[in-house]
Design a protein around this ligand. Structure first.
Ligand code: F6R
Length: 241
């Protein structure tokens, strides 16, 4: 794992955005894996700014998001499809039919299978963006998830439900299940960039980087990935040896 530590969030987001912009310029039909949540938001803002000011072309890019809540339509303001449209896709020239977010509505087992097949059919993910949960989850792969998993349905832990409750009217209205790429799906990405900032992430970063590789700390499997870069601020990196 390569580790880059930044003094402030702004330079961290600029660096991640630049990695994605350079990758898109180098391979106009690149397949990107994308994340939701607070971690990538300003990275996406930087990518939109670059597209508007410098014209980086996304017309050939294909994207796959990590996950989606089960039971939320893509038009729901807390669905990950809605988040991606409003936080990134609408600000770029990417055709929406080249953007993939697993649907949380319908025959979810069939949706999972079709999602994996679609990723394979475009040659796999070239560059995957990740955040990390305070419990070490990546995507919605919570502690205890098998490292062999592919896209599947999962129940969210109480910790994740509480963490996400701030985006909903109440904790009760947070969906309890999600569709998520599996750990093996993520590990198959050719290159991975993980963003973490703030002291709340410090213990997870320590355990991911220095701890044993264990299914109880899903992100620890990234120690075995050949091309992963962590983009951290000093607070998230504070407990690293
Ligand atoms: C989001 C995702 C999650 C988040 C993680 C961190 O698509 O899969 O694993 O990356 O929960 O969330 P934030 O960035 O909100 O701290």
């Amino acid at each position: 794992m390569q580790i880059q530590i930044f003094q402030d969030k702004e330079s961290l987001h600029r660096a991640v955005a630049q990695m994605f912009i350079d990758a898109v310029k180098a391979k106009p039909n690149i397949v990107l894996g994308l994340a939701t949540g607070s971690s990538p938001l300003e990275t996406y803002e930087n990518m939109i700014k670059d597209h508007q000011e410098k014209g980086t072309d996304y017309s050939g890019v294909v994207t796959f998001n990590l996950d989606e809540y089960i039971g939320l339509e893509g038009t729901h303001s807390q669905s990950y499809r809605y988040f991606m449209n409003t936080s990134l896709f609408n600000g770029l020239n990417i055709p929406l039919d080249q953007t993939n977010v697993p649907s949380g509505i319908g025959d979810v087992n069939e949706i999972c299978k079709a999602y994996e097949e679609k990723i394979t059919s475009v040659g796999g993910i070239d560059l995957q963006l990740l955040g990390i949960g305070t419990n070490g989850h990546i995507g919605f792969n919570e502690p205890g998830t098998s490292f062999d998993t592919r896209t599947h349905v999962t129940a969210l832990t109480q910790e994740t439900i509480e963490g996400n409750a701030r985006f909903f009217e109440s904790e009760d209205s947070v969906p309890k299940k999600a569709v998520t790429m599996g750990i093996q799906t993520i590990m198959d990405a050719k290159k991975i960039a993980l963003i973490a900032y703030g002291s709340k992430k410090a213990a997870a970063i320590r355990d991911m980087v220095n701890g044993p590789i264990t299914e109880m700390m899903p992100a620890s499997i990234l120690q075995n990935h050949s091309d992963t870069t962590l983009f951290l601020d000093e607070e998230a990196a504070a407990l690293l040896k």
